[in-house]
Design a protein. Sequence first.
Lengths: 294, 373
Amino acid sequence: MTVILNQSFTGISIGAVLLLIALGLTLTFGQMGVINMAHGEFIMAGAYTTYVLQKDISGAGVSLLIALPLAFLVAGSLGALLEWLLIRRLYTRPLDTLLVTWGVSLMLQQLARDIFGAPNVQTHAPDLLTGNISVGGITLANNRLFILGLALLCVLGVTLILRLTPLGRRIRAVVQNRDLAEVSGIATGRVDRMTFFIGSGLAGVAGVALTLVGPIGPTMGTNYIVDAFLVVVVGGIAQLKGSVITAFALGVLQSVLEYSTTVSVAKVIVLVAIVAFLQWRPQGLYTLRTRSLA
Amino acid sequence: MTTTLTPTKTTPTAGPTPSLLERLRVPGAFLLGAVLLMGVAPLALSDFRLDLLAKYLCYAIVAVGVSLAWGRGGLLVLGQGVFFGLGGYAMAMHLKLADAAATGQTLPDFMQLYGTGDTLPWWWQPFANPAFALAMTVLLPMAVAALLGFFVFRRRVKGAYFAILSQALAAALAIWLVGQQATTGGTNGLTDIQGFFGYDLGDPVNQRTVYFIIAAALLLLMAAARQLFVSRYGELLVAVRDSEERVRFFGYDPANVKLVAYVVAAGMAGLAGALFVPAVGIISPALIGIVPSIGFVIGAAVGGRASLVGAVLGAIAVAWAQSTLSDAFPAAWTYLQGLLFVLAVGFLPGGLASLVTVLRRRRTPTTQTGGTA
């Protein structure tokens, strides 16, 4: 029993990381139908921001706290720049955007290699986050709990922005019907850029979180990006809760399967499960109900 | 999608019958390609360079399939590495077994190192039969593609969703292969292949023969793909790419149209993988994962995805640039690769093959304004 609980907690913490990454993707993919392969490199940018900060500021706890908003800004600015330079020129060709952003991601990885060197680097976690808590026989690692909390906080934040602010109202309008939003006087281009800023910024926050559980390297983003995309595909783009449910479900499924089989077999089974799921819900868990054919 | 459409056979404004020169254009170009590949290249290139060219031609065979599925069908196939790998592994498994049999052993060398028992796994055993192994190099990839394609296209999962799924398949296969070290060679893959159906691959003459087989396969597949492009099916495929709903309203099932393109492209990638093994002597997870799978698409994108010749030349050129530059300037090559992607896909969606058309179109308006002034 404790094994199952422990394994589920591992799964939930995997899910929390996936959720942090997929949250930004859901925003950008839902808003513009753009698959941004450079999203993984925004994670990397956030992680390296933490690394650089920690070199300059000695206290691990303080630097982590400063890193969170700063990584958001750094990754978000990179995202907004990418949107302005390339993506807005490719709106009508979403599949091509995927390949173009892959090219950008290659260049960003090489840039990181040139600046920080090819080998992985490490940050020190604050003392508060290095221990474990035992609750009823199951061990909860503090850093994993922190990531879980951070992920939920981000979900809450994005939900509030989408529900309550004028920007959120505009974003929802553009997601539902871009043309109608435009004729209603919404500057869709500006909304797109803000969405991209927030979505990419969330990737930066995910990068800060990842420094707590693993090394920082130029290719760290690519390890997570495919799984995060699968979360978006399964969760659907209409509502954030699709991504939340899917991220945790995939995380738990993955870790339980890993326990009963092997890591590699688990990956294959998860993929088969996803294809099977899409038979039932081809547009993902939550879909926009519109009359359009596309 | 505003890429160049194929001129249809039934265009009402076709005018008079095409001149002799126009009718000979395609066969002539084909003949020229055949002479270059089968005659000039083997005479002009050293053994070492010819081996490299053989490898590039394998990538070009994959590009033929990419051009069909992506260029004509609009299916962004980001997981061609899966099919390349299945074909390659099917071939390599047979060759490893044959190598082992030649030295009087029952197990391939790596299994003696990592293996747990001394019996061959059951799924290896049929690959000792050359006919079965050869059939599997094409049938296995086609079967996997048919299975995934059937379930995905039937439910109208398309566009980016399909691209992500095909990419995830590539990731899953590569990870699975790495995990099964005892039976697949793990990260190392199947290496050190000595013989090819009884012929010693170390002998330069036999290496040249492998080159000729690959070049012949490429020419045949290009001819076959060209016939497919100009057939009724080819037109239907382009129609599905440009307006799937409209094709559905005409009474066709776009799912079947796409499935055929995906399966044929998978078969071509499988054959390319199978030919890659004797040419290079290795197949490994590093050659079939996410990154190489996207690599199969780059060549076609740079050369021109919808143009068969463009895709093939692009694949050869990118593979050549990669092996020439990546050793000497690894950092610069990565930047260049990324930039190539951004420029070719972002600003020249028809690839280099469309450069002539783009330039011509750009020149026409200027002469017009000159006339009115």
